[in-house]
Every structure is written in structure tokens, then in C-alpha cells.
Ligand binder design. Sequence first.
Ligand SMILES: [Zn+2]
Length: 551
Amino acid sequence: MLKKKKLGKRKARKTRKLKSNVKESKRLRSKRKMKVQKEKIEKKSEETKPEEAFQEQKIGLKAELGEENLEKPVLGITVAKSKDFSEWYTQVIQKAEMIEYGPVSGCMVIRPYSYAIWEVVQSFLDKEFKKSGVQNAYFPLLIPESLFKKEQEHVKGFNPEVAWVTEHGDTKFDERLAIRPTSETIMYDSYKKWIRSYRDLPLRLNQWNNVVRWEFKHPVPFLRTREFLWQEGHTAFATREEAEKETIDILNIYARAYEELYAIPVLKGKKSESEKFAGAVYTNSIEIFMPNAKAIQGCTTHLLGQNFAKAFDISFLDKEGKKQFVWQNSWGFTTRSIGIMVAIHGDDKGLVLPPRIAPVQIVIVPILFSNKPTVNDRILELARDLKKELKTFRVELDERAEYNPGFKFNYWELKGVPLRIELGPKDLEKEHVVFVRRDTGVKENVPVKEIIVKTIKVLADIQDNLYHKAKKFLEESIVKTGSMHELKKAIESGKIAFAPWCGSADCEAKVKDEAGAKSINIPFGVQKVSENCVCGCGNKAEAQIYFARSY
Ligand SMILES: [Zn+2]
């Protein structure tokens, strides 16, 4: 479907191109007229503010493009986020140069602008893992079938999604090789050899890699792709207590990545039995509620218990010389998080990036006028000095002579750059610059000598504001429900239903059937309730759980 849409767009582009060719001669005739108009605008710009000058230039540009384009912005997003979320999302990630669709459905190219975001998150997580005692390693991409099938629940859970390598050249392999959908089996084959005694524990390894899961559901870049990047941590402990503690410690690091870097508030909790990872004792997760009223799993930590240890015979001699099986965990954080961030903060103009993960935190846009070369030189000189002064931030100076300031404003807004600094002839006179925030659009004159202090403050404010806005949305989306009727009503109105639940899979299935909502997770630290189960089964509730429509 994505492909079709794309072909459609290509066709539309082609048609537009043809139309524009026809208009070419007409345009040449009016070019002289345009030039006069442009000069007039530039002259007027000297007395007006840059954004007013831009409005006029845009009108001029529209005239040049022809009547059919009058209502369409030249560069920007053409649908409102609230009107058609999925089209909005598709446009943003492409127009902001984050992704390109690959030739195989469900596989995408991660372009430098979004890879840079991944690198920021990667570096944060990597540092935190290492601080907690985890080491990095790398294990092979291909897993022999016999090894992959050693743990039964795991196989059942993953089998339909596994892509297999069956031949090289024209020769068939004797045994099929799985392209890793996750690395439990290949890693534990080594763990079995490395762990002999209690002295070898804990063993805590992580790898940064890609995995392939041949999903059947409609692929959405970042959010659900057949190949994605992630880290997978795999650890082995002598006791269950140590393993359980780690599942929470790591989940807290993940929560910090979402909250402190991406500025996204999360729901932390335990998955239900039917939603847990294949082969785990239980799964903890971080869930995010998206603006299209669907919950999405942000990342997970799994207590694998001794299931894999028994299947792979990963055992050790304890201090008393007795043979014991290890307790294991696995945990992962993926590039899906980038898509979640796009969806949470983006607006009708495009991306809105939290400063802490923005590849470009500040863009300096000089406002130049073609009839004022000496002033231009001074503006550019100051702009270059400013860039140097701000070098501790990720800063860009947009000196491109072929684009006018208005185009540049749109371009960097689309790319979600948190702070724009404008610098024009008037600012030069007054020795100040203009700060424009991407999150609120608020403008402020800032004296040149206060720039560093002010920049630090504004970037911190933007980070905070995005987080609090998202938190407000999350809090307002949670509705306490006590009956199936209330639950259905909450789901229908695009909310998360928080409900007492007896713990049975049947009742979970009933909610799915009747309300179209899945169980999300059971928040930690919520007191046991005395209410009855939301489904009307008559049983006492075991826990309070979130239900929502979900990805
Ligand atoms: Zn029940």
C-alpha cells in the first residue's frame, strides 16, 4: 500500500513537471515582470520585518508557480496531523529527509538526519549500560535451524516471522540458516561454553546490531519495519533476585532515554501473560500513547528465568560445588523510538525535535538583501562569529545564496530544528539577534552579548516544554473505568482505559473482541484493588491494567 501511494505520488510529480513545462514559455515572458516585483519586495523588506518580506516573496513565488499551486506550500507538509495522521507521518519522515523507502517492502533507508538521532540515543544508552557493568560483543547474523529451535516457546513465537537463508550460489544448504530475529539462541550456545562456575557470573553482554522479522502487518517506517536497528542485552545471573533487579534497572535506563532525551513520558509496567515475549517468564515494558490514540510498545526487558538455561544447558557449580542453572534476562531498545518521537512532537509544519537529540540544535539564518552588499558582508561576518561562539552546541549557519530567508525558515522548521537565530540589517544596528523557538514559534530579541546564556536557557525550556506538553496529553488520555460499558466508551473516544482485571486471558480476549483494545501493561507500584474484574466475570481483580487500541 505504501508502495502504491508512492507510485501515485511519483506520477503526480511527473504530471506536475509536464504541466510546468507547458508553463515554461509563459513563465519566461513573466520573468522580467517577476524580477521587477522581487526588487520591489526587497526594497519594501527594508522597512518591514523579515517574515513580512517572506510572505510577500511567497506570494511572488506562488504567482510564478502558476494558479494550481496557489494553495500548496512549496516545501511543507500538505495535511494536518489531526486530519490524517498516517499521511502526515509519511510526509514528515520523507520531507524532513529522515528515511527513504527501500526496494524491499518493509525495509527502509535510514538517512543521515535520523541516523544522527540514533547515534545520540545510542551513545547515551551505551554509556549507561557500561556504567552498570555491561560489556559489548558481537555474535553472528546467521543461526543454524537446529540451534534456533532448541527452546520450544521461543520457536513458536518467532517461527512465522523468521527469514531463512537456504542456499549459496546454486547450492542448497543441508541445514537452513535463520537471519536473526533476536539473538538468544546463538548467544546462549556460547554462554554454555563460557559459564562453568559461580565465579563466571554474572555474565552481562550487549550487542548493537540489526534484526529481521518478517512481519505480516502493514509496515510503517521506524514503527514497524522488517529490518530494524537495536541493541540486545543478554545476561546470566546466579540468582533470580539479581536477574529480576536488572530487568527493572535497565527499564529505568530506557525510561530515561525516552523522558530525558526524547522528551516523551512513558507507562512502565509488566505485560500480561498473553502479551509477554516468547520464552520469557515475564516481560516488563515501556509503552507510549500516540496522538492517533494508539498505544505502542517502546521497549522491553524480559526475565527469561531458567527456560533457555535448561534448553541450552547453561549451568554452573555454586560455592557448595552443586550444579545450578543460571537465571537469564534479555532486553532491547530499537529505532522504533525515533518514529515515536516524530509522532509525539511533530506538528503541521513538520518535525519538532527535542534539543537533546536534535542533530542540529540551532540554525543561524542571515537576512540578506541583494542591493546591500556591504551590509550583507557585515551580517555574514557576525553570523560566522556567532557560529564560532556557539560551537559547543550542534549549530548550522545557512549561508546558501540561492534561497531566500523565507525558504530557509520553512526548510529548518520542517526539519524540526529547536532554535532559529535570525540576523538582519536592523538587528546589526541594534546589536541584537532574533531568537525563534520551533516549539512555540515565539520570537525574542536577544542582545549579542547575552547569546550563550540565553541559548542554554531557551534550549532547556524547549526540552521541558515538549516533555510537559506530552505528559499532559498522556495524563488526559487515561480514563479510569470500572465496567465493560465504561471501558468501551473510553476506547471509542480515543483514550486509554485503566481497569481492574482478574488476570485471566479469557477476560483479556473479551476486551479485545468487544472493545477492540489490547492489554498494554500493569503499572508497577499500584496497590491491589478490591473491585471486581472489568469484564463482568464476577472474579475479584488481581491487578489494575491499561487497555488501549495499539500498534
Ligand atoms: Zn475477569
